[in-house]
Design a protein around this ligand. Structure first.
Ligand code: PEP
Ligand code: MG
Length: 752
């Protein structure tokens, strides 16, 4: 049996006529069931809709007893209809009554119908009801019939949600499997707890019109959109040539293959031939592949569902011209496959509560920025496509747990965790204004990493001793054009103002690699290894006008005050000298013109390129300070891309080798009388901070949120004991001494 003798297009036309016709909502729904039953050559056609309380209510039927309408109700998961909704998948049953889920409802009179085919009614990927047909005889429904019923269900979703039929607010939406709150774990990237609602970085486009007026026109629209889609993927592939990591590229290559997949394109065209609009055809193919591949035991195939989802969404954007929406609801938890630092900064920070990434690494810049914004971040999460826009979520950034549509118990556990965190934060808050001195009287200066203006009030709140690293490039990244000297001067002056006499170390522009300024020229050819490429000071020395402008702005902003300037990514002494030369020239220029200069100017380097370690003898007499950028130092020392999720955890900074190197650096600086600090991410992690202090570091610069916990630790530790213990660890032969250090911390009441 084909889906009716009249053919799918005529059926859709009939449905549209009913939708546009007169009569009450109920009358029209009744008419629809009659049309579908006739078309599917079935004795029964019933529509169940999901009502508040997760109840499926029989809303209309042709063939069951009319008195059952609005009386027959099934809980989600109950009976065959409840099962279809709960799992969001079609069921085709030759003998429905012998199915273990069969729930008999005497008022329906359905005992005389043996076979049944039911499909979920979906809107925006969520279940809002179930459409079922039944036959008296035992029969096997064909795949074509199941597909046809699915198409009808899509159209029905439009009919049901069109405001005249049933008020939209009355409808309950539910994802397949939604009864079961879901929990899964990823890689904890930034601490913190948050509860809020999901906001998809690339939200799905909702299809509003399903039935086509003019199939030829739909065919043309689809072809145009497919051509545009392929062109846009090609353009993205060219752009991502310049980006670090292969993940973007791999994904895009997959998209390109899928976009050219004949099977997919044929299914889209078939959809249009059956009377659907181009958008509805895309949606139908998406639903089908979700059902077909999503249930597969093969993880590779399940991943392809997500690719197809993304691809369909892109195609829908081409068809509808929909833009990515940036307005956020309050308490937004952002969901993204990957996200660049500039993209994160594009969102309204006051409304963001957390970030979930499919990829992500602890020292990628997007994560460092999220930390500065005090957002919990979890990465390496697969299956984020299960999350729908506005789904409630709980995010625990310390354990890496995500709760999707949490149940009462999860909310309760969350409240308790928040209470514990608040207590802990209170304990941290109490130490914030107290001196950062160890139990045996050793001072450890805790400074703050900053870069955004919203960081500034935290300087006072956290009681930080100053700003040990001001990442100036972040100010460049939140703008749409290059800030001129005056604009930069204003920013730096605001920072110094907020610091109110506390020291601030301005790092000159560190762009390149994953920190791209869209308005600035990139290196002429795409870079194979951008992290090893044209970035940071290398850009500044090749484009001295940019660096000089920045230095001039810093000098002007610091008039009458103390200024500290730090150069990033110095690999050779000569680079430092050249950069310092530019700074002195700018200073002379000011003095020459009688313009007020800073009271004092200190100059330093970031130690993040290993080659510099072998130039310390020549370098140290020429610098006022050194700050160890462990994020990049580890990346270059181990030849391990800090943005590559596959390498996360592979090399532990708490390894005897790395710690020995860090001890060499601190000793050399101490001997030369040069202040040395650590401003990489490890300075803000308790065990790492413990090790660094044990090695002899007395200045750490960390994310604002880490200052409380680290000061808490400092005030409890005995520096001498820690030093002795850490020294013994340097002789270990293993890859990591993390466990040893953790046990030491536990035994000495230092565990946080
Ligand atoms: C570092 O490399 O450790 C550092 C602090 O700089 P950034 O993370 O900005 O590269
Ligand atoms: Mg760095």
């Amino acid at each position: 049996m084909s889906p009716g003798a009249t053919g799918p297009r005529i059926l859709l036309r009939q449905l549209r006529e009913v939708m546009a016709g007169s009569g009450s909502a109920q009358q029209r729904l009744d008419q629809v069931t009659g049309i579908i039953a006739a078309n599917m050559v079935a004795e029964v056609c019933s529509i169940y809709l999901l009502r508040p309380g997760e109840i499926l209510e029989l809303y209309a039927t042709k063939g069951l007893k009319p008195e059952a309408v609005h009386r027959t109700r099934l809980r989600l998961g109950e009976g065959i209809v409840g099962d279809i909704a709960a799992h969001s998948r079609p069921l085709s049953l030759r003998d429905a009554q012998s199915h273990p889920q069969f729930a008999y409802r005497p008022e329906t009179g359905e005992e005389i119908f043996q076979s049944m085919l039911g499909v979920p009614i979906l809107r925006g990927g969520r279940v809002i009801g179930v459409l079922a047909v039944q036959n008296r005889t035992a029969r096997d429904y064909t795949e074509d019939e199941a597909e046809a019923l699915q198409t009808i269900a899509m159209v029905l979703a439009e009919l049901v949600t069109s405001a005249e039929l049933i008020r939209a607010e009355e409808l309950v939406e539910l994802d397949g499997n939604a009864t079961l709150p879901q929990r899964w774990e990823g890689l904890p990237l930034a601490d913190g707890l948050a509860s809020g609602v999901a906001v998809l970085h690339e939200p799905p486009v909702e299809v509003r019109t399903h039935i086509a007026e003019n199939p030829l026109e739909e065919r043309r629209r689809l072809d145009v959109a497919l051509t545009e889609l392929k062109a846009s993927i090609d353009a993205l592939l060219t752009e991502t040539d310049a980006l670090p990591g292969h993940e973007h590229r791999d994904v895009l290559e997959t998209y390109r293959l899928l976009a050219e997949d004949r099977g997919w394109v044929r299914r889209l065209r078939d959809g249009i031939d059956s009377g659907l609009t181009a958008e509805a055809a895309v949606d139908r193919a998406r639903i089908e592949s979700r059902q077909r591949l999503g249930a597969s035991a093969n993880a590779y195939l399940r991943e392809r569902v997500q690719d197809l989802d993304d691809l369909s969404n892109r195609l829908l954007r081409h068809l509808t011209g929909a833009q990515v929406r940036r307005r956020l609801p309050k308490g937004a938890i952002l969901i993204a496959r990957t996200l660049g630092p500039a993209e994160l900064l594009d969102y309204d920070r006051n409304r963001l509560r957390g970030l979930l990434l499919e990829e992500g690494t602890p020292t990628s810049h997007v994560v460092l920025i999220a930390k500065a914004l005090d957002l919990p971040v979890i990465g390496r999460l697969s299956g984020l496509n299960r999350i729908r826009e506005r789904d409630p979520l709980i995010v625990d950034g310390s354990s890496g747990a995500v709760y999707l549509r949490p149940g009462e118990d999860a909310y309760q556990a969350y409240q308790e965790a928040v209470a514990t965190q608040t207590q802990l934060r209170q304990a941290f808050a109490e130490v914030l204004q107290q001196p950062s001195v160890t139990a045996d009287g050793v001072s450890v200066s805790l400074q703050m990493n900053a870069g955004l203006l919203i960081d500034l009030p935290r300087l006072r709140e956290t009681g930080a001793d100053g700003i040990g690293l001001f990442r100036t490039e972040l100010q460049f990244m939140v703008r749409t054009d290059f800030p001129d000297t005056a604009a930069q001067q204003e920013i730096y002056a605001r920072v110094l103002e907020a610091a109110n006499g506390k020291p601030v170390v301005f790092r000159t522009l560190d762009i390149g690699a994953d920190k791209i300024l869209p308005y600035m020229e990139q290196s002429s050819a795409p870079e194979t290894n951008p992290a090893l490429g044209w970035r940071a000071l290398r850009v500044g020395l090749d484009r001295p006008a940019i660096l000089r402008n920045q230095l001039r702005a810093m000098l002007l902003a610091a008039a009458g005050r103390d200024l500290a300037v730090m150069f990033p990514m110095v690999a050779e002494l000569a680079e430092y000298e050249e950069a310092k030369g530019l700074l002195w020239r700018e200073l002379e220029r000011l003095e020459h013109r009688g313009i007020a200069a800073p009271r004092s100017v200190k100059v330093g380097v970031m130690l993040e390129v290993p080659a510099l370690i072998w130039q310390l003898a020549a370098l140290l007499p020429k610098v006022d300070f050194v700050s160890v950028g462990t994020n990049d130092l580890i990346q270059y020392l181990y030849a391990a891309d800090r943005d590559n999720p596959r390498l996360v955890g592979r090399y532990d900074p708490l390894s005897p080798g790395f710690l020995s190197l860090m001890r060499t650096v601190v000793r050399r600086c101490d001997t030369a009388g040069v202040t040395v600090s650590v401003c990489g991410d490890m300075a803000g992690r308790p065990l790492e901070a413990l090790a660094l202090i044990g090695l002899g570091y007395r200045t750490l610069s960390l994310a604002a949120a880490a200052i409380g916990p680290i000061k808490f630790l400092v005030r409890r530790m005995n520096c001498l004991q820690v030093t002795d213990y850490v020294t013994t660890l340097l002789d270990h032969s293993g890859r990591s001494v993390r466990d040893e250090l953790r046990h030491f911390a536990q035994d000495h009441g230092l565990a946080i």
